[in-house]
Design a protein around this ligand. Structure first.
Ligand SMILES: *Cc1c(COP(=O)(O)O)cnc(C)c1O
Length: 427
């Protein structure tokens, strides 16, 4: 291990954590406490005034959570991070930090269905307005940008279609217009792609999926890339204007390259309250320790399943960028040469009904609305995760009526294929 530049697998196990100084416990304890004792009133005042870092109340910070934050920031190559109760909570806090009523942002059409709902419906009540763009053509989003545009949002590997986008080209267009690029890296994880290395400014995750990896805890995180200039007067007032509740502190001046993460914590998490539970932070830390091993196996198995499906006479098409003839293969090779992820879609020649029969006949696969578990998972997006969308939106999001989505687990490949084989016989 090189001391100054530890590798990814080493960081996944060690970043952010030391043996507990009081008890000598080797594993990070679950600090199941809501509050922390002050040394004296001056200490309390310094913490409340943001003059000193330290624990006050678990709605805002917690020592188990802090280890998780430091670990994910290290894996993504960011300067700081803020963990939240879910991926959606992380997205809410990201946009709350940069948006005012009447502002807009550009988002990729191909997104997780829940994000399409959050952006297109829930955010409307704050008068934050999303403008959908086809990110396969980054230049096309320029026409959507105006003086009230505050950010560009993409997924590094889009759910459910499993498609890659040209992150560097999109970052270039965003930066040309003075906008930060926010990347949801849930499906790829930093093991496959580190968006900050390709020009992204902020990374968000649903840690619920591959990062935790065992389907046992909800969590999200915001990673601050530390490179975006938030100082432009009036454009991002939460970061560039004096904060009355913190004695006139200007966050970007006081906190420099961690200002975004601080703002999301002390103005977003503090006031909305989607705090991660210490127990979940602990489960996430533990899960992340095996992230590199799991992702490697997930990708190997997914490629094996995709190849097998592609050769099956009842399968109409398979969309997996790891396949050499996939239209997305070149982008996958550029951005994620270690693997194409484990979530992908395919269609059966028998359409909607055949897809339904397949989903209901699988035995090893669990039929449920999640991805990134050790277990293999299956769902029919059009009737579930993407149900609230219009048929046009479903197709644009890669979730048309004939689409079946798999999240390939880390069981034996032969058993995964055998399960698909028996179910396809019934179709
Ligand atoms: C699941 C998911 C989310 C939302 O995360 P939650 O933890 O469920 O709130 C966001 N983006 C992607 C790509 C997801 O898969």
């Amino acid at each position: 291990m090189s001391k100054d530049n530890p590798g990814f697998a080493t960081l996944a196990i060690h970043a952010g954590a030391q043996p507990d100084p009081t008890t000598k416990a080797r594993i990070t304890p679950i600090y199941q406490t809501t509050a922390y004792v002050f040394d004296n009133t001056d200490h309390a005042a310094a913490l409340f005034g943001l003059q000193q870092f330290g624990n006050i109340y678990t709605r805002i910070m917690n020592p188990t959570q802090a280890v998780l934050e430091e670990r994910v920031a290290a894996l993504e190559g960011g300067t700081a991070a803020l963990a939240t109760s879910s991926g959606h909570a992380a997205q809410l806090l990201v946009f709350h930090t940069i948006m005012n009523a009447g502002d807009n942002f550009i988002a990729a059409k191909r997104l997780y269905g829940g994000s399409i709902n959050q952006f297109g419906n829930a955010f409307k009540s704050f008068d934050w307005n999303v403008r959908w763009a086809d990110m396969s053509d980054p230049a096309s989003m320029e026409a959507l940008i105006d003086e009230r545009t505050k950010a560009v949002f993409i997924e590094s590997l889009a759910n459910p279609g499993g498609t890659f986008v040209d992150i560097a080209a999109i970052a270039e267009v965003a930066h040309k217009h003075g906008l930060p690029l926010i990347v949801d890296n849930t499906m790829a994880t930093p093991y496959l792609i580190r968006p900050l290395d390709h020009g992204a400014d902020i990374v968000v995750h649903s840690l619920t999926k591959f990062m935790g990896g065992h389907g046992n805890s909800m969590a999200g995180i915001i990673v601050d890339g530390g490179t975006f200039d938030w100082s432009k007067s009036g454009k991002y007032p939460m970061l560039s204007e004096p904060r009355p509740e913190y004695a006139g502190v200007v966050l970007h001046k006081t906190f420099g390259n961690i200002a975004f993460a601080i703002a999301a914590r002390v103005l977003g998490l503090r006031d909305f309250g989607p705090t991660i539970a210490p127990m979940n932070a602990f489960l996430l830390i533990t899960g992340i320790e095996t992230l590199p091993l799991r992702m490697q196996r997930h990708c190997e198995n997914a490629l094996g399943v995709a190849r097998w499906l592609k050769a099956h006479p009842k399968v109409a098409w398979v969309s997996y960028p790891g396949l050499e003839d996939d239209p997305n293969h070149a982008l996958q090779q550029k951005y994620a040469p270690k693997g194409a992820g484990a979530v992908f879609t395919f269609g059966l020649k028998g359409g909607y009904e055949a897809g339904k029969t397949l989903v209901e006949s699988l035995k090893l696969f669990s039929h449920l609305a999640n991805i990134g578990d050790t277990r293999s998972l299956v769902i029919h997006p059009a009737s579930t995760t993407h149900r609230q969308l219009t048929p046009e939106q479903q197709i644009a999001a890669g979730a048309g009526p004939d689409v079946v989505r798999l999240s390939v687990g880390i069981e034996d490949l032969s058993d995964i294929v055998a399960d698909l084989e028996q179910a396809l016989e019934l179709v």
